[in-house]
Write a protein that binds this ligand. Structure first.
Ligand code: GRF
Length: 206
């Protein structure tokens, strides 16, 4: 049985695409069961449809408050047997009830070497700060923004003359490699959360 993934995305969906492509490779231990967006026209939904994956728009305006919307997400994900939720450019802060429902079963990707530069415009923050090294982080979701236990990171150099766009593009190459790798480790049961640390258990004999 492969692990059922739910991917949450608000926009372009290039990380979703990397996940879909990884899942299409023989032997990859996960498959995307549903892609959910809060935005009707998110390109991520088109990418899901093109891959033959269910694409679901959940409109925040249909719900009285944030928690009601988040609980609807939980219902949609649970009803599809999702074992791991992958946040991939999902531009909403999730309420504690959502985080509890998926404790230890939800990942996020962020375009910085956390804990540096959390929140919006991480690449611009890195440039403005004069950082020489930037990168990407996959981490478990917790109740704050971009603070959960770190699963995997990759560094890239900041080059002289970089703009937000050139740096973002360099980081994105690493994001697309890192996210499927983190999903694979989770699906193989090789991630253990110990406090702030995520231990990667070595591959066992097959
Ligand atoms: C990525 O840079 C990701 O790290 C951040 O939002 C961006 C989403 O890009 N959380 P995409 O929609 O996956 O192309």
């Amino acid at each position: 049985m492969t692990l059922a993934l739910g991917v949450l995305a608000s926009g372009r969906g290039s990380n979703l695409q990397a996940i879909l492509d990884a899942c299409a490779r023989p032997g990859f231990p996960a498959r995307v069961a549903v892609v959910i967006s809060d935005r009707e026209r998110a390109a991520a939904l088109d990418r899901a449809r093109a891959a033959g994956v269910e694409a679901l728009w959940v409109d925040p305006k249909d719900f009285a408050d944030r928690e009601a919307f988040d609980l609807a997400l939980v219902r949609e994900l649970e009803s599809r047997g999702v074992g791991l939720v992958c946040h991939a450019g999902f531009m909403r802060i999730l309420s504690p009830a959502y985080v509890r429902a998926f404790a230890g079963r939800a990942l996020n990707i962020h375009p910085s070497l956390l804990p540096a530069f959390p929140g919006l415009h991480a690449q611009r923050q890195a440039l403005d700060h004069g950082a020489k090294v930037a990168g990407a982080t996959v981490h478990f979701l917790d109740e704050s923004v971009d603070t959960g236990p770190i699963v995997a990171q990759a560094a890239v150099p900041v080059e002289p003359g970089d703009t937000e766009e050139t740096l973002a593009a360099r980081i994105l190459v690493q994001e697309h490699r890192l996210y499927p790798e983190a999903i694979r480790l989770f699906a193989e049961g090789r991630l253990r959360i110990q406090g702030r640390r995520v231990i990667v258990v070595p591959e066992g004999p097959r």
